[in-house]
Design a protein around this ligand. Structure first.
Ligand SMILES: Cc1ncc(COP(=O)(O)O)c(C=O)c1O
Length: 448
């Protein structure tokens, strides 16, 4: 009884968000940065003490159009005055308008959309579509080929697809969906093995062909790949890799799923990252930035794959939610009107080049890489051993936080600083950021 009363008193006294967070939220969320959010707008986040941060992580690559873009807010408000959730059991104008717009901007043959609520749901659905296509063609399609270092989500199938042990190590047999096979990622810096970059790209794609042929093409339902690995450490494949992988999968009529959940919608300086290598996937997954801060996911696919599905094969209660679709329509307009793809390309190029210039000055910088506003700095103990330096990435992230910059850390070895600001960022803001990061790198150099 006394213990119960004591607990009640403690809970009553907890006015602090951080205390309430640790008391009431399930203990599975990654350790939070010490920021209690009061407001977010544009490229900035303000905490409860009034300190303003530049958001260089965009809520994990979501806020491409910035936080609370007035056009997104207006689109949501207007939609709420018309109708909210009704479900896709009825026809809805905003849903079809969004599907039409996606068909206009997506790679040529991707004309059909299915809407869901998150990245994991989009990936899970994409594999389901590919498997249905296999069965429609009279094949088993049991195997799905994914890549080590990839990240595709946290549900049973998507976590199985995710090629990073650290996300599954302590989860028993949860991430054990049958038929998933992992292959070597086109991560030249770590796995190049003495080859030149072009040859390595071809080798990595040809290895996928060998795996497909070993199991026989009829048993492979799909190959899934992130065109730039995001969580895995902003890994940009050699230019030879994706065109070759496309030819290999096409020749065997195996759907290539390109997971653009993180790379899509302008992030890499193209509307979709697969455009950097002029390839068209059979299925593309989107989420994150699409809703401008509201939850939405999309599977965009070809007429052919779409026609292998029948009414009732797939559905989601909230899929095609009109509020999220209205926000997504505004996001697509903003990206075009404000030329955010072009801005991501030019400001991204500035940041990438500025950091590349610093690469040789620091023994602990292994590699700077990226495209557009998806940039990673991989930290190592020293350039020769390339041993991952997780603690340096973490230290720099925390120092930058003190100086008012929110950044991410990722990578297979958690040693990659992730720089992914909203695409509305201005050149002057990027210059200030580089100045601050340079200072921080110097302090870290002196201390290490
Ligand atoms: C490439 C990729 N796919 C899928 C996902 C999963 O998305 P969500 O967290 O919305 O389920 C992520 C999330 O980071 C991702 O980066």
């Amino acid at each position: 009884m006394l213990r119960f009363l004591a607990k009640k008193i403690i809970v009553k006294n907890m006015s602090n968000v951080k205390d309430l967070d640790s008391h009431y939220l399930v203990n599975c969320i990654p350790i939070r940065d010490d920021v209690v959010v009061r407001r977010a707008y544009g490229i900035k986040i303000e905490d409860e003490s009034g300190k303003v941060y530049y958001d260089f992580f965009s809520g994990i690559a979501v806020s491409n159009v910035g936080h609370l873009h007035p056009k997104v807010v207006e689109a949501v408000r207007k939609q709420l005055e018309r109708y909210d959730h009704v479900s896709m059991l009825y026809y809805s104008d905003v849903v079809v308008e969004l599907a039409k717009k996606l068909a206009e901007v997506a790679p040529n043959k991707l004309k059909k959309s299915f809407f869901c609520n998150s990245g994991a749901e989009a990936v899970e659905g994409a594999v389901k579509f590919a498997k249905k296509y296999a069965s429609y063609k009279g094949r088993s399609g049991l195997i799905t080929i994914s890549f080590y270092g990839s990240f595709h989500g946290r549900t049973a199938l998507t976590l199985t697809l995710t090629g990073q042990g650290k996300y599954k190590a302590k989860l028993g047999n949860f991430a054990n969906y049958p038929g998933v096979i992992h292959v070597t990622p086109p991560y030249y810096y770590r796995f190049g093995g003495g080859m030149d970059e072009k040859s390595f790209g071809l080798w990595a794609a040809d290895y996928v062909a060998e795996v497909i042929d070993y199991f026989e093409p009829d048993s492979v339902g799909a190959v899934i790949f992130e065109p730039i690995l995001g969580e895995g450490g902003i890994i940009v494949p050699p230019d030879t890799f994706l065109p070759r992988l496309r030819r290999i999968t096409e020749a065997r009529d195996i759907p290539l799923i390109i997971d653009e959940v993180q790379t899509g919608l302008g992030r890499t300086g193209k509307m979709f990252a697969c455009e950097h290598w002029s390839i068209e996937p059979d299925i593309m997954t989107l989420a994150k930035a699409l809703g401008g801060g509201l939850p939405i996911g999309a599977i965009v696919t070809s007429e052919e794959i779409s026609s292998s599905l029948e009414p009732g094969d797939h559905f989601s209660t909230f899929g095609g939610n009109p509020i999220s679709c209205a926000a997504a329509l505004a996001v697509l307009d903003i990206i075009r009107e404000e030329k955010l793809v072009e801005n991501a390309s030019s400001v991204g190029e500035y940041i990438l080049n500025a950091l590349k210039e610093l690469e040789d000055d620091y023994e602990f910088i292994g590699e700077v890489r990226g495209k557009g506003l998806m940039i990673g700095v991989e930290f190592v103990k020293d350039k020769d051993s390339k041993k991952p330096a997780q603690e340096i990435a973490q230290r720099i992230k925390l120092e930058m936080l003190k100086k008012g910059y929110i950044l991410g850390v990722g990578g297979i070895y958690k040693n990659v600083l992730r720089i992914q600001p909203p695409l509305i960022i201005r050149r002057e803001e990027a210059e200030k950021f580089i100045e601050t990061l340079h200072e921080t790198l110097n302090v870290t150099k002196m201390q290490s």
